[in-house]
Design a protein around this ligand. Structure first.
Ligand SMILES: [Zn+2]
Length: 67
């Protein structure tokens, strides 16, 4: 288990190995945790701001997650 704070909403979360970001944060590859609801609203915001289609967002999302 790992206590972390979401980079966007600053809420506290306790994550475990079932969260894909857990190992990255543990190993220091990721400095910031982004909770699921912020991850969703981030994608929604990207759609609203850019007006690009969800198909294109998929590519952007992949880039964001696997960067
Ligand atoms: Zn959040």
């Amino acid at each position: 288990m790992l206590d972390t704070i979401c980079f966007f909403c600053k809420n506290k979360f306790t994550i475990n190995h079932s969260d894909s970001q857990y190992y990255k944060i543990k190993k220091g590859e990721n400095k910031y945790y982004i909770c699921k609801s912020c991850n969703n609203s981030f994608q929604q915001e990207a759609i609203n701001k850019t007006g690009i289609s969800p198909d294109q967002i998929d590519d952007y999302d992949k880039f964001f997650r696997y960067k």
